[in-house]
Ligand binder design. Structure first.
Ligand code: BV8
Ligand code: ZN
Length: 244
């Protein structure tokens, strides 16, 4: 694969929950994933939050706790190391766990938001989740106006923030090497990005133990875990780049 990428300058990676699986964070659609126990609409949607803010906050606060204990794994670290041997390396992530920045990736587009932040449902203030106050019934509250806060993530039926979405499409349309790592590629509009890259002539590389709707457009497929395959790929690519 490294030979095919010789001379490339722009690398983009689209990542999903699978890249954080080896950091101990459950995915959504795997056998022991979140969606086996809960319906996405009741937990990751504005309706679900309106109906039962406590249920939704219990879920997000338990995930936020798990993320505090999680560390970047070799898959995240390999993506960060690619920054040493390519001019531009950007990560477009659907994850809200902050592990790409923690691994050292400097250009990360969090298209589904971040669980490190919360947003006020009344005055829209965005603030670090651990700076939240408490509402009378004990839910996270805005430190400014005291009203109920919500996780600063993008739920089903909500628009992806305009700037993040635009950047994600621009990066995909100008990528020369486009990784798709640890995503089932079913959630839109993120699922459209690999075909935007492919149509623009990028070389698509998929890293996922399972087949996905992206597999057929990938030039190289690594049916492995990200923590196994990404370090090998990073080493090969950086060796080839240094040998130029
Ligand atoms: C929107 C919140 C416009 C944060 C999430 C029909 C067709 C097309 C679209 C739709 C449709 N019906 C409805 C829609 C729209 C909907 C959508 O796409 N639904 C899908 C399910 C059909 N999309 C939306 O609503 C989006 N907004 O469209 O706005 C609009 C607005 C108003 C009105 C109309 C339209 C918003 C989408 C964002 C939703 N928010 N999460 C959070 O709580 O985390 S989505 C949720 O799924 C997460 O963000 C997650 O990132 C995302 C995708 O999941 P994956 O990351 O891929 O994880 P998954 O478990 O699925 O897969 C893991 C993969 O890893 C597997 O393939 C596995 O094999 C692999 N793996 C496992 N271990 C490893 C591994 N890989 C490597 N290494 C390992 N070790
Ligand atoms: Zn407020």
């Amino acid at each position: 694969m490294a030979r095919a990428a010789v001379g490339f300058k722009r690398v983009v990676a689209l990542t999903g929950a699978g890249i954080s699986a080896e950091s101990g964070i459950p995915t959504f659609r795997d056998p022991e994933g979140f969606w086996q126990k809960h319906r996405p609409e009741e937990l990751a949607s504005p309706q679900g939050f309106r109906m039962n803010p406590k249920l939704v906050w219990d879920w997000y606060l338990s995930r936020a706790e798990a993320m505090k204990q999680a560390n970047p794994n070799p898959g995240h670290l390999a993506l960060a190391l690619l920054q040493d041997c390519f001019e531009q390396v950007a990560v477009i992530t659907q994850n809200v766990d902050g592990l790409h920045e923690a691994a050292g990736s400097r250009d990360v587009v969090e298209i589904h938001g971040s669980l490190k932040k919360a947003r006020c449902t009344s005055c829209s203030l965005v603030f670090p989740l651990d700076k939240a106050g408490k509402t009378p019934d004990g839910l996270p509250a805005c430190p400014e106006c005291g009203r109920l806060a919500r996780p600063d993530v993008v739920w089903f039926g909500e628009m992806i923030p305009e700037e993040a979405l635009q950047r994600a499409f621009d990066l995909s349309a100008s990528a020369q090497l486009f990784f798709v790592v640890g995503t089932s590629a079913v959630v839109h509009p993120a699922a459209l990005l690999p075909s935007v890259a492919s149509r623009a002539g990028a070389l698509i590389v998929e890293v996922n133990p399972e087949e996905t709707p992206v597999s057929s457009m990938a030039r190289f497929v690594f049916r492995n875990r990200a923590g196994q395959a990404m370090p090998v790929i990073q080493e090969e690519l950086c060796e080839a780049a240094k040998a130029q």
